[in-house]
Design a protein around this ligand. Structure first.
Ligand SMILES: [Zn+2]
Length: 412
């Protein structure tokens, strides 16, 4: 029987529902999938059969229920495929390989320097991906695709990094470049959008659908989740919160303007402020040949007054900006992530007193302020989610798409 477009759509929707339920709650029997999704038993059986045949699900142990017929339980098949999550950030590159059950298999982290230029950095990315693909091949895992988080304005339709002030890149077609090199489907997004997706699927935001995520590194990125979806704005470039000007007479920003929020709260701002106040401060950092954010953090954790003062000040500026975001977006949760997330214990009390002291009453009644749970893996696992979401939306279609990519490779 030929299926209509509507029937195909419903089938895909239901298939995604079944896969996501098994991912979250495995092991599950067909009967409990049916009970929890509301789909009838025969629909569930037919979808499960197709997913078993394509290798996305496996049958595992029998249910330990003594009453009635024992049911066979289902799980995502770890060998059903693998995903690569890549993060290109201002001063580091990172990558993960996860299996189809989204278990982390491999992780890479490489410090980088934006002055190396885009060609050198992209070559390093290429080597990292080659290495991770080889790791997947060794395990006999077909790579389903590559998700990439990028630090700047990203055009997700064209797959390009439109502008990254702190990297100095413009109009870099990252998706097409990687697709051509690896003959695999590639999806790209802004790194903070990836991070909020990562927290939503795997981390601190799993039960929350309205989230403001702050990715505070050298720059300050924002990922805003509204009703479970990334808030993108009319052209897809929303959430450039780091470049909201909070003092036109403030320090110069990488974007060419002055007094952007990130010039007060990024890791560079923290280090610059400490260095400026170092002479005669009596700080434990005096006399060090170079000071980076990790030094400031460990000094603060050991009670260094200067480091604590600077982090307190940065916490205050974070609080002011977060208050504005809370008043505009009324999120249920604000998550502090990125490198500054490592200092969350020291920053959150100051942020909290500013936000709860200054935001309008009606918007913060249910507000939570949290540190990122996934930390340096937030963006990477979110990048994995970009691909994972597409695969579960249409698993059978994705197999065809992937085969076509490989077919192209064989013909090259
Ligand atoms: Zn700026």
């Amino acid at each position: 029987m030929v299926k209509t477009a509507d029937q195909n759509f419903v089938r895909k929707f239901n298939t995604a529902l079944v896969l996501e339920m098994v991912r979250k709650e495995a092991p599950l029997s067909r009967a409990s999938i049916s009970a929890q999704t509301g789909l009838n038993r025969s629909t569930v059986s037919s979808i499960v059969q197709e997913l078993l045949e394509t290798g996305f699900l496996i049958e595992t142990e029998l249910q330990g229920d003594k009453v009635g017929r024992p049911g066979i339980l289902l799980r995502l098949n770890p060998n059903g495929g693998a995903f690569l999550g890549i993060e290109i950030n201002v001063d580091y590159l990172a990558g993960v390989l996860v299996d189809f059950s989204t278990k982390l298999l491999e992780k890479r982290f490489i410090p980088s320097d934006p002055t190396q230029g885009s060609e050198a950095i992209l070559t390093a990315v290429q080597h990292m991906i080659t290495d991770l693909v080889a790791q997947a091949e060794q395990r006999d895992l077909p790579v389903m695709g590559i998700g990439v988080g990028l630090p700047g304005v990203v055009d997700t339709n064209r797959g390009s990094l439109v502008y990254a002030p702190n990297l100095g890149w413009r109009d870099t077609p990252v998706r097409d470049m990687l697709q051509q090199l690896f003959n695999l489907p590639v999806l790209v997004d802004n790194e903070a959008n990836c991070a909020v997706l990562g927290e939503y699927r795997f981390g601190i935001s799993q039960d929350v659908s309205d989230v403001v995520y702050l990715s505070a590194n050298v720059g300050l990125g924002g990922g805003i989740l509204s009703d479970g979806k990334i808030f993108r704005g009319s052209s897809g470039f929303a959430s450039e919160i780091g470049h909201a000007v909070i003092d036109p007479a403030g320090p110069a920003c990488g974007c060419g303007r002055f007094g952007c929020w990130e010039t007060f709260v990024g890791t560079r701002a923290v280090v610059d402020l400490v260095k400026k106040r170092l002479p005669g401060s009596g700080s434990s950092l005096v006399g060090k040949s170079s000071v980076d954010f990790a030094d400031v953090l460990s000094a603060a954790q050991s009670g260094d007054a200067l480091a604590l003062d600077v982090l307190g000040e940065v916490g205050r500026f974070l609080g002011i900006g977060i208050t504005n975001l809370v008043n505009i977006f009324n999120p249920r949760q604000v998550v502090l992530g990125g490198t500054l997330g490592k200092a969350a214990e020291l920053l959150l009390p100051q942020i909290s007193s500013t936000v709860f002291g200054e935001s309008l009453l009606s918007t913060h009644a249910d507000l939570r302020l949290d540190a990122s749970a996934l930390k340096e893996e937030a963006c990477l696992l979110g990048a994995v989610s970009l691909v994972y979401d597409e695969v579960i939306r249409d698993p059978i279609g994705w197999i065809v798409k992937r085969q076509n990519s490989n077919h192209n490779r064989n013909e090259d």
